[in-house]
Each structure stands twice: as C-alpha cells, then as structure tokens.
Design a protein around this ligand. Sequence first.
Ligand code: C5P
Length: 395
Amino acid sequence: MAMLSGKRIVLGVTGGVAAYKAAELTRLLVKAEAQVDAVLTEAGARFVGAQTFQALSGRPVWQSLWDERMGNAMAHIDLSRGADALVVAPATADFLAKLAQGRADDLLSTLCLARDCPLLAAPAMNRQMWSNPATQRNVAQLRADGVSLLGPASGAQACGEVGEGRMLEAEEIFDALVASLQTKSLIGKKVLLTAGPTFEAIDPVRGITNSSSGKMGFALARACAEAGAEVTLVSGPVALATPSGVRRIDVQSALDMRAAVSAQVLGQDIFIAVAAVADYRPVQSAEHKIKKAGANLNIELTPNPDILAEVAALPNPPFCVGFAAESRDLTQYAEGKRVGKKLKLVVGNLVQDGLGGDSNAVTLFDAAGAHPLPEADKFTVARGIVAHIAGLIKP
Ligand code: C5P
C-alpha cells in the first residue's frame, strides 16, 4: 500500500519564490496516493499558477474565502474538516506573523485557524527576515501553539545572499509529513541501538573492519524516534547523518561499543543490536605503525564480547532484538540465535550481494514463528520492524 493512501492533505502555498517546490511536493504527495487540496494565497498564486496545482493534484484549487464552488460558502471549514494534516509550504514571514496572531483575513489563514488537524509550516524567506527578532518571536509562539516548523535550511538564497531561511526541499517536507502521520506506537519508551561496523586497531593507522554501512541501524533509530521513543544510538564509524531527535554516541572498537552500551543500558525498554560487531580483535594494537618486512606477519586475534548476549543476560533485561545476516539456512541460524542469546526477536536476512545496499528483505523470528516482511527500502523495513516490536511489547 502506498505511504499516504487514504490521507487527505491540505497544502497551503504563500507568496515566496520557493512556491515552485510546492509543485514538486504535490507530485510526491499524489504519488504516495494522498488526496491533495491546494490552497493558494493571492501572493502564492503570483509565483505558481492554480493550473499547475490543479493538474498535479487532479483536484480543484482554492484561493478565496468567497469561492462559490462550495455550496454552503463554508470553504474555510469544509476544506480542513477531516483533513489529516495542513501543510503550509512555503510559509512566508508575513504568513507566520499572521498565524502567530491568529488572524483570519484570507482563505488559508482562516483554514489554519478553523482546522482540527496538525499544522506543519515550512518557512521560506531572506536570511535577515528569518533572523529578525519579530520573526523569531512569531516562530517561538507558533512552536508553543503546537505548530510543527520544518526547517528552514541554510544555503544560497534567491536574493543572492547565503544564510538561513531557504525552504527545505520537497522531499524533506514530504518525509517530515509522513513521519508526523505515523502511529506513535513507542511513545514513552526508551530505545538503545547499536549500528555500523566496529574498527579493531592493528596499529595507529590500520585495523580490521567490515562493510556494514550502518544504514539499517540508522533507519531503525529514525523509525523508533518517529514512533515517539526516546532513542540513543551507539554507532561505529559510518558516514551517515544522525536522524532528527536521536542522541548519538560514536565509538570505534567492539570494546568501546560495549562500554557505551553498558553505560546507557540501565532504564532502557528496548535494545536493538544492529551493529556488525567484529568477532575478533588483535590481542595487541601496536603503539607505532608496523613497518613492512619480507617475512610473514602474524596477527593474533582474540574474540570480542557478544554485546547483545551480555545485555540479554542482565537480571532485568530490556526487550532484546538481534539481527542475523546469513548466506544460507536463515531460519535455522536465526532461530538458533534467538533461543541461544535469549532474544525476544531476531531480524533475519539472507545476504546475497553483501551489506550496504539500500533495500532489504527480512523475516522476523519471534516465539510465535516466522513473519516475512515485503522487500522494501531500509526505512520502510525499519517501520515494519518497529510496528512488530510495538505489537509484541504491548501489555
Ligand atoms: O552471533 P552473530 O554475530 O551472528 O549475532 C548477530 C547479532 O548479535 C546482531 O544483532 C549483532 O548486533 C549482535 N552482536 C553483538 N556483539 C557481538 C556480535 C554480535 O551485539 N560481538
């Protein structure tokens, strides 16, 4: 099923040059099967015409409080009634000011005031307008009123200046909207995760590691945060941005990861071990760079502690979830890990093309049996795993 199937979104477009990104946002929303009702302010319609939104949404576009197409002259109430969200993108400085004051002198501001759904606004303006104390006052007021402000970002502006005030890209607004519509299935829960590879030093410049990208662990951290959990992510060396709202602790080796996990684990409700922890580390890491020599070089390795098994063996352990990436006999190995490490859930996947891809096909193994999830991108898979965990921890 598409991500926004059955959702109705009111998209408000106010007068900024970033209005062209609202056209792309409409396309993304429609592709995800949302029903989009675009509402343009007078200034918004000067940047992108109503026909564009009408063609992209396949629905009438609204511009006036006095529109006669709404038989009862109640466009300001009927349009937002039953909507799942109202998104204003771009939201100009003037529109934010209007919202903060609760004014209702055109269709969009009236809709915002009369709504009974969440309101998200993506500010877009010149950097000085954004940093002006008046705008910042309005922004603080809107946050206090429960409006979700998306961005702005920093960067080159249409006026030629560089700074904060650029509207987020359509895809970022889309992601934030989808996130805001998710069920808050982990609200009040604390989740600790490990992600990425570990790096076991041989000398100051060399080490043993693996090709784990960290993408699955980061996607899960994001999905947990989106579900309302308080998330701590212990990550090995990866080149990934921290998901919003996630507390991140960077580590290098398995021993560092174990120390960080031990320091954080108390009071956690859920522990999800996604990291591809190196099974072995050099017995000794040379103090100085090892010099090349003609003879063979032997590096003695010693096993690393199993962080997940240690956490699962604590007296009052959190709900423990492990991963099993196998190249064959998935069910047998995944079940073996679930029972052997005393886990509530194992996420198993058959690794054919190595680690680090963008999509994933996994099967969830719990006490009730095996539950395959459809192959999808890692974030969609992460949402599926979170929904399954939430179902299992429900009292
Ligand atoms: O036993 P195996 O390494 O295949 O188990 C994989 C699971 O155990 C993963 O969830 C991984 O994060 C976790 N693990 C760990 N510490 C290790 C090895 C694996 O937490 N030293």
